[in-house]
Design a protein around this ligand. Structure first.
Ligand SMILES: NC(=O)c1ccc[n+]([C@@H]2O[C@H](COP(=O)([O-])OP(=O)(O)OC[C@H]3O[C@@H](n4cnc5c(N)ncnc54)[C@H](O)[C@@H]3O)[C@@H](O)[C@H]2O)c1
Length: 353
């Protein structure tokens, strides 16, 4: 059976999820190597996963010289994704990058151009899209069961300490994180919201840094005009006392859903549910538990998280197809977030072209 052989770039926090995902995919993937600019980090990773790794400033270049690596996954600070993706594709490797794929649109466009130029496959990690809750809602919307989309929200209320921002030296910086609570944490839920609702047409936003010593925002809010003609809101902050809520809501003329913490907590559609009466517009039954149960019964062994992202990416590369979240898809949430920043700076609505 054909498989893809991977090297991981960056051996920090999320690289562990990459390595575990690859190890869990059986015959379709092989974890060959990893590299890190810090030799000690590369060495630790080598011992943990029993692979040869590369450390130091030129570690990536040395790893890319290996002929037994077909693809690299980028688990480095976000500001490095663009240059490393280009370097890897030009060295003949496919690239799966962590979110956000890039921190400027120029970078994202150059990554997309490098894919076209080299014929290699660029994929982006947005693991929330693979959760059954998201897949169920997306399918229902695509089937027309939600009708016209009238409203959509993306909320994230997480907790991040000052120590979190200080560690590693790149979080909360414009140069390497590209933003704060919106670009780093909320990007998953903004992506989910725009994917489910069918795109964002314009934003009007505010951002602030009110509870941490960082360059970028620890809170960002925006009013949203959807491409569907509907409206919505984005709120993302890392100032919560506890690491609690993330939520995406979609409301159509014929259906609505709420996904919280990755779980489908509310779902009903006119087609599947008794029509709410004029007197009591509450749905008589929340169908969420039932649709999730039906989905799981229909799709035994369904993958979520990083394993789902890697599996879908590998299948696409082996089939010579665009992966579910390629460069153009990965760019969308980045564009929305950069538009919120611009809107806040310039105190005006920013249209998304
Ligand atoms: N999908 C998710 O849910 C998720 C979760 C966490 C982080 N991320 C993303 O993953 C990326 C990494 O985040 P993290 O939390 O693992 O960061 P981290 O700081 O824990 O790890 C980054 C690693 O990259 C290494 N590095 C820095 N420069 C390098 C270079 N030039 N060459 C090779 N290695 C280099 C660092 O030494 C460090 O070990 C970020 O883009 C982040 O947004 C995604």
């Amino acid at each position: 059976m054909a498989k893809l052989r991977f090297g991981i770039v960056g051996a920090g926090g999320i690289a562990h999820a990459h390595a575990r995902a690859l190890r869990g995919l059986g015959d379709m993937a092989e974890l060959v190597s990893a590299c890190d600019a810090i030799p000690a980090a590369a060495e630790k990773f080598a011992q943990e996963f029993g692979i040869a790794t590369y450390g130091g400033e030129d570690a990536l270049q040395r790893m890319l010289a290996r002929q037994d690596i077909d693809a690299v996954s980028l688990a480095t600070p976000s500001g490095l994704h663009y240059a490393q993706a280009g370097q890897a594709m030009r060295a003949g490797k496919h690239v799966l990058t962590e979110k956000p794929m890039a921190i400027t649109l120029e970078q994202a466009d150059e990554m997309i151009a490098a894919q076209a130029e080299t014929g290699k496959t660029l994929g982006c990690v947005f693991q929330q899209r693979f959760h059954p809750a998201a897949v169920i809602v997306k399918q229902a919307i695509d089937d027309g069961r939600f009708g016209r989309i009238l409203h959509a929200n993306a909320y994230l209320k997480w907790h991040r300490t000052q120590e979190y921002y200080d560690a590693g030296g790149w979080r909360g910086t414009w140069r390497m994180d590209g933003g704060g609570s919106l670009m780093n944490q909320s990007v998953h839920y903004i992506d989910l919201m725009q994917w489910l609702a069918g795109g964002v047409a314009a934003v009007k936003g505010y951002t602030g840094t009110i509870n941490h010593r960082i360059e970028t925002e620890d809170v960002g809010v925006a009013a949203v005009r959807l491409s569907s003609g509907g409206f919505g809101a984005i709120e993302g902050m890392t100032n919560n006392l506890a690491n609690t809520y993330d939520r995406v809501e979609v409301y159509g003329t014929d259906g609505m859903a709420v996904i919280e913490g990755g779980q489908l907590v509310t779902y009903f559609t006119r087609a599947e549910e008794i029509r709410p009466t004029a007197e009591n517009a509450k749905p008589s039954r929340n169908l969420a538990p039932q649709v999730v149960e039906d989905f799981r019964a229909k799709h035994p062994g369904w993958r979520t998280g990083h394993p789902a992202v890697f599996a879908a990416y590998i299948e696409a590369v082996l089939a010579g197809k665009e992966p579910p979240v390629g460069g153009r898809e990965g760019r969308k949430a980045v564009q929305i977030i950069l538009s919120i920043y611009r809107s806040a700076r310039e105190n005006r609505e920013v249209a998304i072209g």
